[in-house]
Design a protein. Structure first.
Length: 84
């Protein structure tokens, strides 16, 4: 599905990148790391979307690596939320 020439996955990836960057910038500028688990969650989602896009482009090796990295980031995010 295209919206203004952009696929839905690309729009979602851009949105997740903006959210990740916003939480990271806030954490650095305010010296407040309360929202790091949310930043990791959005970053994991962004990398998951990138993996799906690479899988659709028949780059299976890179897609597998990105999916594995996103699973690790999701695990880290949830583990951090448990100790929040």
């Amino acid at each position: 599905m295209l919206i203004g020439g952009l696929s839905l996955l690309k729009i979602l990836r851009i949105l997740l990148a903006i959210l990740t960057g916003s939480f990271a910038l806030y954490g650095m500028l305010a010296d407040d790391f309360t929202y790091v688990p949310l930043m990791l969650l959005f970053m994991g989602g962004m990398i998951l979307i990138m993996g799906i896009e690479e899988y659709k482009n028949n780059k299976k090796g890179l897609a597998s690596l990105l999916l594995a990295v996103s699973l690790f980031i999701f695990y880290t995010s949830f583990e951090t939320m448990l100790h929040w």
